[in-house]
Structures are given as structure tokens and as C-alpha cells.
Design a protein around this ligand. Structure first.
Ligand SMILES: [Zn+2]
Ligand SMILES: [Zn+2]
Ligand SMILES: [Zn+2]
Length: 155
């Protein structure tokens, strides 16, 4: 029986996946425009998804931790993974549509876009997919996985 972490929402301005534990920083407005109620399935197996993702305690977005040093946070500097547990995201292999979740090659955030572009990057330009990998369809229940449990603290 899977358990889930709630509190995740899509921001209709920057198109990132943001957690409600913190206001965060949106590159478009003074706050993220949070839409929907998404959940993250908890797991203890890396086989369930592509590992390497973290929550940024500054902007409150999901981002690619492996690219942290070269990432750009809308809150300034690089994203910061220090307060996050590790996450893994399943990649979409079947029934792919042009709309989906991608990793931005510029800011390293996870974003929802059409054919690899959309939303708003740290500098106000559109996000641009780093590669052809599509992670998730946008839906109410996101099949994200948390490895070894979250460290997010509500403040
Ligand atoms: Zn936003
Ligand atoms: Zn950030
Ligand atoms: Zn970006």
C-alpha cells in the first residue's frame, strides 16, 4: 500500500512543481500561483524512478540535484538541496503526449511544458528542456517517489 506526501502544486506562472511548506520564490510574481493538489508516492526503492531530484528550500520548487552547482534559483544563486530528502521521478515511456514534465537545462527545475518549453525560468525567459526525457503527465496524483522519506519541515 503506497503512502503519499501531499502539499505539492503546479504553479501556473512559472510552471514549476512547488511545495506548500514554504512561500518560496516565483520568477514571475511575488508568490507562486498554486494550482491543484498533487501527491507524491513514497517509496524505498530507487528502481521506482530516476533518482537525483530534490526540493529547494528557497524557491520551494522540485529541481535536479545532480545539476545543483550549475542551477539557477529564482531566489538568487543556485537551488539548495540541504533541507530535502532525495526524490526519484518515473520517466514517461508509453503514451507520451507533447505536454508533460521536463527538466529545464538552464535552471534545473522540473517544469510542465509543451514540447519541452514553457513557464518561466529564473530570468523570465521560458524554461527549455535539457533533454528529451519526459517525466510525468500532469495529473492529480503525480507518481513521484520519495526515497527514504522527506525531510521537508512545515514552517
Ligand atoms: Zn511560480
Ligand atoms: Zn530554488
Ligand atoms: Zn528554467
Amino acid at each position: 500500500m503506497a503512502t503519499f506526501q501531499g502539499g505539492w502544486q503546479w504553479c501556473s506562472l512559472c510552471s514549476g512543481l512547488v511545495h506548500d511548506s514554504r512561500a518560496g520564490v516565483c520568477p514571475v510574481s511575488t508568490e507562486h500561483a498554486r494550482v491543484g493538489a498533487m501527491q507524491v508516492a513514497m517509496s524505498t526503492s530507487e528502481a521506482d524512478g530516476v533518482p537525483g531530484w530534490s526540493w529547494c528550500g528557497r524557491c520551494s520548487q522540485m529541481f535536479w540535484r545532480a545539476g545543483e552547482a550549475a542551477s539557477r534559483c529564482p531566489g538568487g544563486g543556485t537551488h539548495t538541496s540541504g533541507e530535502s530528502g532525495p526524490y526519484a521521478l518515473p520517466r514517461v515511456t508509453a503514451n507520451r503526449t507533447p505536454s508533460g514534465w521536463y527538466r529545464c537545462g538552464r535552471c534545473q527545475s522540473l517544469f510542465s511544458g509543451y514540447e519541452g518549453t514553457g513557464g518561466s525560468c529564473f530570468d523570465g525567459a521560458a524554461h527549455n528542456a535539457a533533454d528529451d526525457v519526459q517525466y510525468l503527465p500532469r495529473q492529480e496524483i503525480l507518481k513521484l517517489m520519495i526515497l527514504r522519506g522527506p525531510k521537508i519541515k512545515r514552517v
